[in-house]
Design a binder for this molecule. Structure first.
Ligand SMILES: Cc1ncc(COP(=O)(O)O)c(C=O)c1O
Length: 388
């Protein structure tokens, strides 16, 4: 399922946007946005076709199709040990929008929200879009321990939220139960909302295990709103679908009002919800195969990157992105990314503030959700170019 010949590069060149195959010049390998090169599981296409064949594509319920709500609740109960209830979760048109809805529901202009640094740009973007201030908390991209005393120092009168990204895009760090407990207890003590983005939680490399912060205890769960999506695990980015899970009715009502779903201004596409039900209920075997392929690709890409002079790549514990320290090359992230694009014909994401915050400078990020052939070719091109 995850061999080079299963990838249809012609289709990717027409359909894979967001810095990927459809947007780069011919001949460039885009290891940019984290979106798999492999076709999604066949059961997902079949479910969409079955639903569409009736030719009724009417409005769905604003809070989501019952089968979606039940399937997602079951996932959280069984796979994440969260006593999620179908009534307290709803689909959103992407995890990205879910992050924004949580910020809109719980932040006022002038409030502060703590975000990790480095982290995906979506957190800062959403916090700032509702008029609040994003306060960065450094999470070392090295083996150094997380400084939780520093985290407590960042909490002030205006702090209302802490945004978790676990596993952490771009560093691939997976937070331990002990670390999550520290964060959770701090949130309880200061009455902060915990926004827990778990979109990467299926992409875990052995022996690391994923813990949902909301599964730790009831007190912590009551502060938490969990958001997830299906772009990373099942390759459904173009379907724009995610889920927001509240822990209590008061939070649910605020979140649902912020979503504008009852007005029909926003809402999740019914076909996308049908796709998620098929993914969660029928495609466990596909995900298992994907993650075991990714574990091999992780080892291939980190070994390859670490064999390049001036590169140091720490082995990611989760997420299919390799985050490489390139400071020893003497290049800035942006300059190295530009050189790799123009000379080596490999597109990477530079560790600039725009994408990941200030803590990412001196790094580049590469997605490895592709075949062995593509990764080997990309590494060879980079090596040859930097050696010349
Ligand atoms: C941490 C994180 N959250 C959310 C998203 C966005 O996911 P979606 O495609 O569901 O909007 C991404 C995508 O890269 C991500 O890395």
């Amino acid at each position: 399922m995850f061999e080079n010949h299963t990838i249809n590069f012609d289709i990717l060149k027409q359909r894979a946007f967001n810095l990927r195959w459809a947007t780069v010049p011919e001949g460039v390998i885009p290891l940019t946005a984290a979106d798999p090169d492999f076709p999604s599981a066949p059961e997902i296409a079949e479910a969409i076709i079955r639903f569409t064949r009736d030719r009724y594509l009417s409005y769905g319920p604003p809070a989501g199709l019952p089968e979606f709500k039940e399937s997602v609740a079951r996932f959280f109960q069984e796979k994440r040990q969260i006593p999620a209830s179908p009534e307290l979760l709803f689909p959103v048109d992407s995890a990205a929008f879910g992050i924004y809805v949580i910020c809109k529901a719980f932040l006022q202009a002038g409030d502060e929200a703590i975000i990790f640094d480095p982290v995906d740009f979506l957190f800062r973007y959403s916090v700032e879009n509702v008029g609040a201030l994003a306060v960065p908390f450094a999470i070392p991209a090295t083996d150094e321990a997380v400084d939780f005393d520093r985290l407590e120092q960042l909490v002030g009168k205006k702090t209302k939220m802490i945004c978790l990204c676990n596993p952490l895009n771009p560093t691939g760090k997976v937070f331990t139960r002990a670390e999550l407990t520290r964060i959770g207890e701090l949130a309880v003590k200061h009455n902060l909302i915990i926004l827990s983005d778990e979109i990467w939680s299926d992409i875990m490399f052995k022996p690391h295990v994923f813990t949902s912060i909301a599964s730790i205890n009831e007190e912590i769960r009551n502060q938490t709103v969990t958001v997830t999506g299906y772009s990373k695990s099942y390759g459904l980015a173009g379907l724009r679908i995610g889920t927001v899970v509240a822990s209590n009715t008061a939070h649910y009502e605020r979140l649902f009002a912020a979503s504008l779903h009852t007005s029909t201004i926003h809402g999740a596409n019914v076909l996308s919800q049908v796709a998620v039900v098929a993914a969660l209920d029928e495609c466990g075997y596909w995900l298992e195969g994907f993650v075991s392929h990714l574990q091999r690709m992780r080892d291939l890409i980190t070994t390859g990157l670490n064999s390049i002079e001036g590169f140091h790549c720490r082995t990611p514990e989760g997420c299919y992105v390799a985050f490489t320290d390139i400071k020893a090359t003497g290049y800035s992230s942006a300059d190295l990314a530009a050189r790799l694009l123009s000379d080596a014909k490999v597109a990477v994401v530079p560790g600039s503030k725009q994408w990941f915050g200030e803590g990412a400078e001196g790094f580049i990020r590469m997605s490895f959700a592709t075949s062995e052939n593509v990764i080997s070719e990309a590494i060879q091109r980079i090596k040859q170019n930097l050696n010349s």
